[in-house]
Design a protein around this ligand. Structure first.
Ligand code: TXA
Ligand code: MG
Length: 320
């Protein structure tokens, strides 16, 4: 149902322990009442998500943070004040009111305030914090349109709010600032440069597949069903053999690509991020044998785009 108009019904479904898919500025989330362990368990079931992968709790307003978790470290509060609502997820201590299943037993909890009016209206109307991972099956492409959610999860969801395509198109940046200097656990829609400008130096932790603190950083993740390979630039000779191309700025001359998606003719990384998963969903549906994806400039949100492409490719190289 349309996001405006569907809020009351969706909020009632959340309060009743149901699952509601809803748009955020990053990707669509699969929400449940974060105070309700059984509702949260349904998220893991619907996504076929391993129980070791903790959920992000979503709040309607930055002011709700201390009401839920009490006082937070100064650096965490500063980031929340600067970037919420927005595509930044912060790590805090898990309050006792949040059941352990939400955080996969961790003593910490990931939390954010989405910058999407219908999402905030939904959470406010539900009157509870909302646990929500991206609304896709575990390891697969994130949904940036309601159609992606329906195609991927369908009957497992009680209500899908349709707010059209999401603005950022890529997940939130996850930061642990509890000990002062912020540590980026997952690259995302908020560029590292914006964090540095606001709060000074940060540490970017490269994805760890050994003991992941943010399983969204598992080496193999965000994968289409079609094998994907990353190249610097797709030359004219690289096409043929029913291959699909995910190009950054333009379709290269020649090459007989079966399907081509161009992320941003203007070379705008923000626009490219907004189109990334939608383009991958389309190439995945095009029936090609392989997707060739061009790396984008490794600055700003381009780092998060390259991160997602690398993880998608890792799935097809084997889990490295
Ligand atoms: O943009 C987003 O963040 C979207 C929208 C719906 O808000 N959500 C999202 O959720 O991307 P999900 O579940 O696909 O990714 C959440 C990531 C996971 O990799 C998870 O491991 C990590 O957040 N995470 C959750 N709790 C954590 C914690 N306590 N410490 C470290 N990482 C955590
Ligand atoms: Mg996800």
């Amino acid at each position: 149902m349309p996001a405006e108009g569907g809020i009351a019904e969706a909020a009632a479904a959340l309060r009743a322990g149901g699952l509601v898919a809803f748009p955020t500025e990053t990707v669509y989330g699969l929400g449940a009442n974060a105070l309700d362990a059984r509702a949260a368990a349904r998220i893991f079931e619907a996504k076929q998500r391993p129980s070791f992968d903790p959920l992000i709790t979503h709040l309607a307003d930055a002011a709700d943070l201390t009401a839920l978790v009490g006082p937070v470290p100064e650096a965490v509060a500063a980031l929340a004040a600067r970037f919420w609502p927005g595509p930044l997820t912060l790590i805090v201590d898990r309050p006792v009111t949040i059941p352990a299943i939400v955080t996969s037993g961790l003593a910490t909890m990931a939390v954010r305030v989405p910058d999407e009016p219908s999402a905030r209206a939904l959470i406010a109307a539900a009157g509870v914090p909302v646990a929500a991972p991206s609304a896709n099956r575990f390891g697969q492409l994130s949904p940036t349109r309601a159609e992606h959610v329906v195609a991927g999860l369908g009957a497992a969801v009680d209500v899908v709010l349709d707010g059209g395509p999401t603005r950022c198109g890529i997940e939130s940046t996850i930061v642990d600032a509890r000990s002062g200097r912020p540590v980026v656990l997952r690259l995302g829609a908020l560029p590292v440069e914006a964090l540095v400008e606001a709060v000074g130096p940060v540490t970017v932790r490269p994805g760890s597949s050994g003991q992941p603190v943010a399983p969204g950083t598992l080496a193999a993740h965000y994968a289409p069903r079609t094998p994907l390979r990353v190249v610097e630039h797709a030359g004219p000779a690289a096409g043929g053999g029913r291959r699909g191309l995910l190009a950054f700025r333009e379709r290269p001359a020649g090459g007989d690509w079966a399907a081509v998606e161009v992320l941003s003719p203007a070379g705008d990384l923000t626009a490219a991020a907004a189109r990334l998963f939608d383009a991958l969903h389309r190439l995945d549906a095009a029936g090609v044998g392989e997707i060739v994806a061009e790396r984008v400039p490794d600055v700003g949100v381009g780092r998060a785009i390259n991160d997602r492409l690398g993880r998608a490719a890792a799935t097809w190289r084997g889990h490295d």
